[in-house]
Design a protein around this ligand. Structure first.
Ligand code: SAH
Length: 239
């Protein structure tokens, strides 16, 4: 399935890159018996729902981030979309972030299969705390985010980590307009430009019809005070 999917996405990956992606999938399937990393439990479902859904962004990310961008995957869970993208782009360096310790423990093991290809850090931290660290704030070309929350929250957590000129890229499906409308104010507040919905014509070919990306460019530095604490965000979710 992966083989056919890569052809449908017109992606030509080297043997070592494919081996790293397969190694990650094998580890996920094995660990998932004991640690709940993903609801997808068969090789076919993981290949389509995780690997191809990650790699579908290779072409748009190359356009947005140029050659070898630095990439941080926020709320990486079982390592998607960050790990396959880090090796496939390839990224200059990458970080996989998850606040849950046992997920970060898995990410450490999974990242080891790719370290010959790209330098990958695993950070067991909350995005809010990371954004206060001087070497992480405004440090990354691309921040990817899949299944972490609504665009308002994704923008508030992701944009502080992105360099001016870089992008937060969120995985979404058709019908994002109301989320985008809700997010307009907070996106401006944290230094984002007008979001762009990137349609993915190849998605339907690989069984992912309706999937799209939302890219938000950072046009100004994020003011101090953002991201707000989880309590403040709950009180005023839209900023
Ligand atoms: N991106 C993966 C996992 C999505 S689930 C995928 O698409 O398959 C969301 C993940 O984000 C969870 O693993 C959760 O632990 C993590 N997460 C949620 N809020 C976070 C925060 N504020 N900082 C860091 N990680 C967070």
């Amino acid at each position: 399935m992966l083989e056919r999917g890569l052809t449908d996405l017109a992606l030509n990956l080297e043997g070592a890159t494919r081996a790293a992606i397969e190694g990650h999938v094998r580890l996920l399937l094995a660990w998932n018996e004991h640690v709940n990393l993903s609801g997808l439990r068969t090789p076919e479902h993981v290949a389509r729902g995780h690997v191809l859904d990650s790699l579908i962004a290779v072409a748009p990310l190359r356009t947005l981030g140029g050659d070898n961008p630095t990439l941080l995957d926020l709320g990486s869970g079982g390592g998607f979309p960050g790990l396959p993208l880090a090796v496939a782009l390839p990224a200059r360096r990458a970080a996989l972030v998850d606040s849950i310790g046992k997920k970060a423990a898995f990410l450490e093991v999974a990242a080891a299969v790719a370290r010959d290809l790209v330098a990958i850090d695993v950070l067991a931290e909350r995005a809010e705390d990371l954004a206060d660290e001087p070497d992480q704030r405004e440090a990354w070309d691309i921040v990817t985010v899949r299944a972490l929350g609504q665009i308002a929250e994704v923008a508030e957590l992701g944009l502080p980590l992105v360099k001016v000129g870089g992008h937060v890229v969120a995985w979404k499906s058709a019908g994002v307009e109301s989320e985008l409308a809700d997010a307009a104010r907070i996106i401006r507040a944290v230094g984002g430009g007008k979001p762009r919905v990137i349609e993915l014509p190849a998605a339907a070919k690989v069984g992912l019809a309706g999937h799209c990306l939302v890219a938000i460019e950072k046009v100004r530095p994020t003011p101090d005070g953002y991201p707000r604490t989880p309590g403040e965000r709950r009180r005023r979710p839209l900023g």
